[in-house]
Design a protein around this ligand. Structure first.
Ligand SMILES: O=C(O)CCC(=O)C(=O)O
Ligand SMILES: [Fe+2]
Length: 518
């Protein structure tokens, strides 16, 4: 699975570099082949201008007659039946096949397409802008750029066709209509131009778009698109039947009315609007100047180890208590952690009953780093321990989980603590996850904030900082206010590291209480 981690996508660049080299070799060989054919053509046609001047006299020469017979007996045959084109193509194919294991699979293509649609939804992006390589949202009737990527590409009719088809196959006509609409528009613009790389055609796009419109109740549009399709493919029986069906529907006493385009509903609908608003903006928690209890300071936690180098602490929220520790990690430490984690990165899982499973609502890869992996890991543990005053030694703290997000990678609203007694969180037999300490190992260009849904704020990715919060009340019960999410990464390569700290082992550090409010 390449699409679930940007690291893997980056590695794919070198695969394409090789393919480019192979294609260059192929083109060179093919050009040489054509040059050879052109030389033969020039030689024979030159000769013929002379021969035509006097065929009789020319053939009187036995050398001329011999070479004519030889050409017609074998030279033409050799040219016409040359294997070179095939050999060149075969060489290209076998080099390509050497890279096949490292090529993305269909699942990657579909995953990447779904990632684009997720970004479209969560950040309210206009498809027409995305197609032009821009990230725009309509505000007050005007498209406004919400970020400017350093590098961008426009999409082709075939690119849009593919995204539309992924939506179509999921019976998600809300997205298929928008993407196929762009596909049809772009294909119409390049009519007649054949591209060897394309999978879809204007006809395919019209076909899928017409049916998507029919499914959303827009029968008259479905009809006109089908008629346009028949113009190119007049004998297509299925389309002829559809046209007949659409005409009948439209001629009926009560023609169907459009249901309009509505986003497919998801099980997270209840929090979806808040989640998306928090991903788009930083939310509306009171600012530090509105609430003096939200402050910044230099923090030592009365720990001698921090006395000479206090940490800049920023209190982000009081309920739940969420703080940001700036410059928690250095650039080199962050790079080391990412490098150490790389070989162990696997598709991230979520708790599904007693087991763990992959899910569309968490798109990333992650790896667990033990302290034994490198001295840095232990050093970070120590630093976390000094700041939080908590015992983070395994099994009171889990191993460090290093996460790299993928295309539109995200983690929809969830709790870090277990909410059911059968959760795999209890496997360590050290109680529930009392606190989360998460380190931002990278920056992102846009998106990727950590959103606290009920607390109504989101923390943007601050490179080198760490965020900390309590998941449980002091009585051990889960704090619902900690419902949080990793927003989809719009532009960038987001890395975080989670340290989950458990209840047991903290008896002398973290006071308990029976008060459910604390
Ligand atoms: O990436 C983020 O901002 C949040 C990640 C998160 O909540 C998690 O990994 O549990
Ligand atoms: Fe989380």
């Amino acid at each position: 699975e390449m699409y679930t981690s940007l690291l893997n996508v980056k590695q794919a660049i070198s695969v394409e570099r090789k393919l480019i080299d192979y294609l260059r070799i192929y083109i060179d060989h093919e050009l040489e082949r054509l040059e050879d054919i052109k030389r033969f053509y020039a030689r024979v046609s030159d000769l013929h201008t002379q021969l035509y001047k006097g065929p009789g006299t020319a053939m009187a020469n036995p050398l001329v007659a011999f070479t004519l017979i030889k050409r017609l007996h074998s030279e033409w045959l050799n040219v016409v039946y040359s294997n070179e084109a095939l050999e060149n193509a075969q060489a290209l194919r076998s080099s390509y096949e050497e890279e096949e294991a490292d090529l993305p699979k269909l699942e990657d293509l579909q995953g990447a397409a779904k990632g684009l649609m997720r970004l479209q939804d969560v950040y309210a992006l206009q498809v027409a802008s995305l197609v032009r390589g821009r990230f725009q949202r309509v505000t007050d009737g005007k498209p406004i750029d919400i970020c400017m990527p350093t590098v961008s590409v426009p999409l082709s009719g075939d690119d849009c066709f593919l995204v539309g088809k992924v939506a179509y196959e999921q019976e998600d006509y809300y997205h298929s209509v928008q993407w196929l609409e762009e596909s049809v528009r772009l294909f119409r613009g390049t009519r007649g131009e054949w591209s060897p790389e394309n999978e879809g055609t204007l006809e395919d796009a019209l076909d899928h778009l017409a049916f998507s419109h029919f499914k959303t109740g827009n029968v008259s549009y479905a009809l006109s698109l089908s008629q346009e399709l028949l113009h190119y493919d007049p004998m297509n029986g299925r389309v002829l039947q559809n046209v007949e069906k659409y005409e009948k529907l439209l001629g009926a006493d009560s023609p169907p009315r459009g249901t309009g385009l509505r986003r497919p509903t998801s099980k997270h609908l209840r929090t979806r609007d808040t989640y998306e608003r928090l991903c788009q903006t930083q939310g509306s928690q009171p600012m530090h100047f509105e609430n003096p209890r939200l402050f910044c300071d230099y923090f030592t936690n009365d720990n001698p180890g921090l006395l000479l180098m206090p940490v800049r602490r920023e209190v982000l929220s009081l309920q739940p208590y969420v703080v940001l520790y700036h410059n928690f990690i250095t650039d080199t430490e962050a790079e080391d952690i990412k490098r150490l984690a790389q070989p162990g990165l696997r598709r991230s899982v979520v708790a599904a009953g007693e087991k763990q499973a992959t899910a569309d609502y968490r798109i990333s890869k992650s790896a667990w780093l033990k302290d034994s992996a490198h001295s840095i890991v232990g050093k970070l543990d120590q630093r976390i321990s000094m700041l939080t005053g908590l015992n983070v030694q395994h099994p009171y703290g889990e191993y460090l989980q290093v996460v790299n997000y993928g295309i539109g990678g995200h983690y929809e609203p969830h709790f870090d603590h277990a909410t059911s007694p059968s959760s795999p969180v209890f496997k360590l037999k050290t109680g529930n996850r009392v606190a989360t300490f998460m380190i931002y190992l990278s920056s992102v260009e846009a998106g990727g904030s950590t959103a606290f849904i009920y607390a109504n704020f989101s923390a943007p990715v601050v490179e080198r900082a760490a965020i900390f919060w309590w998941n449980l009340h002091r009585n051990g019960q889960g704090d619902v206010d900690t419902l949080h999410a990793g927003c989809p990464v719009l532009i960038g390569d987001k890395w975080v590291a989670n340290k989950w700290i458990h209840e047991y082992g903290q008896e002398f550090q973290h006071r308990c209480s029976l008060n459910p409010e604390e």
